[in-house]
Design a binder for this molecule. Sequence first.
Ligand SMILES: C[C@@](CO)(OP(=O)(O)O)[C@H](O)COP(=O)(O)OP(=O)(O)OC[C@H]1O[C@@H](n2ccc(N)nc2=O)[C@H](O)[C@@H]1O
Ligand SMILES: Nc1ncnc2c1ncn2[C@@H]1O[C@H](COP(=O)(O)OP(=O)(O)O)[C@@H](O)[C@H]1O
Length: 304
Amino acid sequence: MPDTALAETAPAKINLHLHVVGRRADGYHLLDSLAAFAGAADALRYRPGGPLALALEGPEAGALAAEPDNLVLRAARLLAEAAGRAPGGTLVLEKHLPVASGIGGGSADAAAALRLLSRAWGLGWETARLAPLAARLGADVPVCLDSRAARMGGVGERLSAAPALPPAGLVLANPRVPLATPAVFRARQEMRPGGFSAEAALPAAWADAGAMARDLAACGNDLEAPAIALCPAVADVLAALRALPGCLLARMSGSGATCFGLFETPAAAAGAARHLPSAWWRWGGGFTTGGRPLYSAAGEPAGA
Ligand SMILES: C[C@@](CO)(OP(=O)(O)O)[C@H](O)COP(=O)(O)OP(=O)(O)OC[C@H]1O[C@@H](n2ccc(N)nc2=O)[C@H](O)[C@@H]1O
Ligand SMILES: Nc1ncnc2c1ncn2[C@@H]1O[C@H](COP(=O)(O)OP(=O)(O)O)[C@@H](O)[C@H]1O
């Protein structure tokens, strides 16, 4: 049994909508996005002793074998430097989330490393103290620190309250084509130079998945069309999700190529995911907050 004090989950981030609302002088894009977290996750463990090292395992580990500077190690070095200590110990990353796929797996791993090492090294640093380090590691890392649904502004670092999520299910599907985030932002710039969207209008809470899907349908993901131009398989994934019985809304997450479908309950989503092509990466379940399920498989509040 792993020592849970030395283990963390790194849940997938889903951008339920993503509007590009402007561009900074340095080229980074200003975003308005509702980010939520799924039950699909990587796992990170820590073994003290020895110099800093990373061991990779799990079904998606192969995609990272050639990665020269894993985000988990960058997070460890940055935290050690900020804390004025030497980095050390072995991080074991169990990789389940497809790499470069718009669900922030690397960002979630980096945030998990900050949380885990803050405990393991006896620093006890909370989110507020880790946030500036997170922002230096990537635009998506701050929201992954707490891994709870949040509205993202700025380039991703400005976080505010999200609408309360209803019992809803989520199918994730990826055609197994990696998409590099900078290439997708560049393609958007070429397709819509200077064209920006307004911020989305969202309520404080949704009573059910149907109401959530109706409001989200009035928003979009501004990176979806450029991602399809670079990777036409995204359109196939969206069509397959929309054809699943019970799918209320289908959209791409982040810069792709992973797409999500929204369902009434986690159980409905888990059942629907099995109908997608087995050559794709696919997952069905529910939303999580801080790594714990929000609702049971049948859609009852978790813990009720
Ligand atoms: C698009 C989003 C939406 O949540 O998700 P993913 O598709 O990566 O999951 C994020 O903004 C990605 O965040 P992250 O993957 O951490 O990006 P970073 O490493 O900071 O930046 C990678 C590159 O993406 C572009 N970039 C990123 C964020 C942003 N707000 N504007 C940008 O233009 C820049 O070209 C930057 O060099
Ligand atoms: N632990 C990690 N997991 C995934 N990608 C990583 C990791 N460390 C470094 N990377 C690099 O970060 C890039 C973006 O990864 P990822 O977070 O999976 O993309 P996205 O945010 O689009 O889902 C990858 O192409 C990879 O080169």
